[in-house]
Design a protein around this ligand. Sequence first.
Ligand code: 6PG
Length: 501
Amino acid sequence: MERNAAPCDVGFIGLGVMGKSLTLNLADNGYRVAAFDLDPAKVVAAEAQDQQESGVVRVEGCRDMTMMLGTLTTPRLVILSVPAGAPVDAVCESLLDAGIGPDDVVVDTGNSLWTDTVKREAHYRGRFHFFSTAVSGGEVGARFGPSLMPSGDPNAWTRLAPLWEAIAAKVDPATGKPIERFEPGNPVKEGEPCAAYIGPAGSGHYVKMVHNGIEYADMQLICEAYHLLRAALGKTPAEIAAIFRQWNEGVLDSYLMAISADVLDTWDEQSGGALVDVILDKAGQKGTGLWTAVSSLELGVPAPTIAQAVYARALSGQKAERVAAARVLQGPQPKVLSETESEALIAQLHDALYCAKICAYAQGFQLMASAAKAQHWTLDFAAIARIWRAGCIIRAVFLQPIADAYQRDPELANLLVDPFFAEQLHRCQANWRRAVAQSTLLGVPCGALSSALAYFDSYRLETLPANLLQGQRDYFGAHGFARIDAPEQQRFHIDWSAKGK
Ligand code: 6PG
């Protein structure tokens, strides 16, 4: 195929699943890409796919970083898609050896820990501009339109913005729904791009981390609904897929709901049954949900539904112990529900899922708000909700009312108290309680659904039993307590041994 002698617009390092897809997305949008990977086979594969799809050479494979830098227009723009952690540092050091300069921009698109991004930005300052963009959407998103959360030096963002806005997922402004066209060479150009500058270094990766925490909660909530429908109502995977598809027509319309139905509907030739029934029930995780839960604990911002989703994965991992425990521990006797009871439970479960989902998002947004305060970031929550409406894993119709809520009140203390969401919770909470109660009585675990309910009940109560807790602390540790009839700063301590005297 004939080569183009013109310099390339952008360099791309790391041609794994995500890197190759982003490279081809850039090429579809008119950018010439100089591509490099430590594995030469990946370079060849990216070039071959590009030529096969486009019939021309838009991706120039490079044998090393020096060659890649030499083919780029200056100042150079280099994008990294390498595993988070040490590989990012290794590539940055190699780029310095290869001659990257102070005017050049290097963009990390991996799932990096946000504090690493902060350190890297400072570490490389003066030698090149280290910028980051958290990417959500998996392989298809990267190829045809991801959700992008860029953060760092605003000058670097000015340089990068046209590329990111071109390759990002797009939302139809009239409906707030994704415009999806998964066709090589025919990118979606119309609509609102799901790419918005988030803030200073690290903030984009923090926001993506919380996105993933919400993703964990969302997935777990759907799994709990599946479990109840399966274990208590005896529904088959195909029947549950049909219920999920029906739910996906309304307020629960989301990518995760849609793919859950697809997973449940997939047949396994080998076993002659539903594929889900032969998938080992041990959940994996790469760490972003855990980071979110850890951050919530560190900041003292309750995110119990997200944390519960991480614990649920951990508990699923204790498979051998669970198999042994199943022979020792018993739960309630299975109960056969009547047709009417079953129908009622399905409707209750729908509302439970909706309410719990509102709580998971409320926890995530409140966590971001606290982190922003601690880090002196100014986060635009309406914009964050808007760029999550398409391209990312948690995309859902539900993001539009969240964007509207923060548009109405950028200082909103918690999504739960937004008038729209408060009304939704009031309308659906009775069913939520029934679903959690029924699940509990039937012995089907619903930790995420019930943790969200406890979160809602705790958040809405003016008085919690922490008065007793403060008494306990003062009793054994003389930690002091405040009184409701005195200024809060004033501490009291009593001699508890003299109680009642
Ligand atoms: C995304 C995903 C993506 C990935 C996560 C989750 O937004 O595109 O969140 O980043 O799937 O790493 O992975 P684990 O479930 O393995 O933690």
